[in-house]
Ligand binder design. Structure first.
Ligand code: ADP
Ligand code: MG
Ligand code: MG
Length: 247
């Protein structure tokens, strides 16, 4: 699904941040990326999603067999790459539901599909919101306006479920995510994942991996993946920190 080969990237006019990343994600897999603060984890997620503050200076990003490095962020989204907090905007007067309807129909249009019939849309919203324990009044609230941390997470996970991407990248950068917010993310990922999609989960929180079983755990430090293991690596990191891996 995703192959990253010797990827190098820098901030516009800045220093190199990603210094040769290699990563392969197959359908059905959950990959976790952990690592010290400032390692380049958020940069990696932004570069995969195509955010324009970064410049790729070498390597390849192949998504479903296609090199996507020249694609704009919205084209990547239309091809099935979802990045959490891609839509962090507050839009007074636009409800959670109306926003996701528009986003979903835009994606359909970009893929040559007609708008989803209203009845089908309603049924889909009902199915996904019920799965996530989202209440009706939440769906009619203004997007992100006055949302708590947990509500932002809930909205984000709802967007992911509705858009049903091939690859979901969740960057859990926020410090101070409480246990409820972690559960929202974990339950959402577990409800979302299937044999045909994949999840790249970036997190500081070992605890999150108690609820989501990753197939692979990677440690990113100083712009490179310095170690890859299974779930047990996350436990080892919780116990020993990162210092033993750095030189
Ligand atoms: P992580 O998510 O692992 O904490 P980041 O990808 O956010 O790391 O940051 C990696 C490094 O790149 C840090 O030193 C950070 O200060 C720098 N950096 C990232 N994005 C920017 C930016 N837009 N402008 C300036 N420096 C940045
Ligand atoms: Mg950081
Ligand atoms: Mg980060």
């Amino acid at each position: 699904m995703l192959q990253i080969k010797d990827l190098h990237a820098k901030i516009e006019d800045g220093a190199e941040i990603l210094k040769g990343i290699n990563l392969e994600i197959k359908p059905g897999e959950v990959h976790a990326i952990m690592g010290p603060n400032g390692a380049g984890k958020s940069t990696l997620s932004s570069v995969i999603a195509g955010k324009e503050d970064y410049e790729v200076t070498g390597g390849e990003i192949i998504f479903q067999g296609e090199d996507i490095i020249e694609d704009a962020p919205e084209d990547r989204a239309h091809k099935g790459i979802f990045l959490s907090f891609q839509y962090p905007v507050e839009i007074p007067g636009v409800s959670v539901t109306n926003f996701i309807k528009a986003a979903l129909n835009e994606t359909r249009k970009a893929n040559g599909l007609a708008e989803m019939p209203a009845k089908e849309m309603l049924a889909l919203i009902r199915e996904k919101s019920e799965k996530l324990g989202i209440k009706k009044d939440f769906l009619s609230r203004s997007l992100n306006e006055g949302f708590s941390g947990g509500e932002k997470k809930r909205n984000e996970i709802f967007q992911m479920m509705m858009l049903d991407p091939k690859l979901a990248i969740l960057d859990e950068t926020d410090s101070g995510l409480d246990i409820d917010a972690l559960r929202i993310v974990a339950d959402g990922v577990n409800a979302f994942k299937n044999e045909g999609n994949a999840v790249l989960l970036i997190t500081h929180y070992q605890r999150l991996l108690n609820y989501i079983q990753p197939d692979f755990v990677h440690v990113l430090a100083n712009g490179k993946i310095i170690k890859t293991g299974d779930k047990s690596l996350a436990l080892e990191l919780e116990e020993k920190g990162y210092d033993w891996l750095l030189n």
